[in-house]
Ligand binder design. Structure first.
Ligand SMILES: CC(C)(COP(=O)(O)OP(=O)(O)OC[C@H]1O[C@@H](n2cnc3c(N)ncnc32)[C@H](O)[C@@H]1OP(=O)(O)O)[C@@H](O)C(=O)NCCC(=O)NCCS
Length: 176
């Protein structure tokens, strides 16, 4: 509190700590996920699906948290040989535009590279301006389009863009 008004949560602009997900993170991770994706959309994972995914040995899962241990965001990727796919990434609305996704993405690609991954792929809604800007700033480039890939809750469909980055690249031109 300052002058009697609550501080906005986003006022805490310290860089997040990014670390591997623990089993005990499932609930808070899913709570953030549910703030990021409409439960009626194809991008939404039920809690049980998330818990099952976290158990997979091919999964790399990271959380970003405040110094007080509050979950701000997460990133999930699945490896297959020398390739990986980012399956889900989200930052709680109160924590956006503070570099959280930038940190998560950078750490994720670093870790995947150490695990022998040469190329990281992902799918993004063509209309997702924030996510596209994030991935483009990181150095991902569009390599394909999947027509009507995403189904929205109102029944309309949106194209998906497939993006890729080479892990030898310095993400965000080394600025994150
Ligand atoms: C996309 C998302 C993960 C970005 O998280 P974030 O923590 O706010 O992103 P960052 O603060 O790290 O932003 C890094 C860069 O990404 C770009 N960016 C992020 N949000 C943006 C927005 N709303 N508009 C335009 N550019 C944006 C900017 O280049 C930004 O750098 P800048 O702040 O120096 O301009 C977040 O908006 C989110 O969780 N959205 C809902 C879930 C989602 O769409 N996930 C991706 C599915 S593919």
């Amino acid at each position: 509190m300052t002058d009697g008004r609550p501080e906005p949560a986003a006022a805490d602009r310290q860089p997040p700590t990014v670390r591997p997900v623990r089993a005990t993170d499932a609930e808070s991770l899913h709570a953030v996920h549910a703030q990021c994706f409409d439960p009626r959309s194809g991008e939404f994972w039920r809690r049980s699906d998330l818990v099952a995914a976290l158990d997979q040995p091919t999964m790399t899962a990271l959380v970003a948290e405040t110094p007080a241990g509050v979950t701000m965001g997460y990133a999930l990727a699945r490896r297959a040989a020398d390739q990986a796919e980012i399956l889900s990434l989200g930052v709680a609305p109160d924590n956006r535009r503070s570099g959280c996704a930038r940190h998560l993405l950078r750490q994720m690609v670093k870790r995947l590279k150490r695990q022998g991954v040469s190329h990281v792929f992902l799918e993004v809604r063509e209309t997702n301006v924030a996510a596209r800007a994030l991935y483009e700033a990181a150095g991902f480039r569009v390599i394909g389009r999947r027509r009507a890939y995403y189904l929205s809750h109102d029944g309309t469909r949106t194209d998906g863009l497939t993006m890729m980055v080479n892990t030898s690249r310095d993400l965000f031109n080394g600025t994150a």
